[in-house]
Design a protein around this ligand. Sequence first.
Ligand SMILES: [Cu+2]
Length: 171
Amino acid sequence: MKIRTQLPFWALLIGALTLTAFVACGDSTASDADGSPAASGPAPDVVVVIEQQNNPNFDLKAREINGVDVSGDFDDDSSNNMEEPLVIPPGQIRFFLDNVGTLAHAFQVRNLDGENIAKTRNVGPRKTGELVVELAAGEYEILCQLSDHAKRGSRRTLIVDAAADYPKPPR
Ligand SMILES: [Cu+2]
């Protein structure tokens, strides 16, 4: 009799623990806890680490392409970002977003007509996010679509070109 009344309690406890484990597991797939660019899922052709900044200036620049440090390719002056393009090979692109600023930012790829191709939701200050998008060769614009951030500097020309040569992305 005692055991029969205790069984439902244990069943509930096990059920609750299983649910907690499942939810925790689901959360961790959004991005790695340590913020590293490595991810699960299908292997992208190109992994670009994008840094977004607003303090003191609004800026959006690439730090790494397939593990290659490209931070030296972009200066601190965000007023010339449209003449200082990010050039990457075509294919399945994984933009890893590192918001190093003090405001929320987001990330969008547009065509030259200003039409949305893909975009993220807000990424909070000191948080990371990602955008995976298939891009063919051509010219695009990447930007932060929040408020007036793009106007203030958080935008850049993106050129997708098969001639851009990088090693396979690290996994
Ligand atoms: Cu922004």
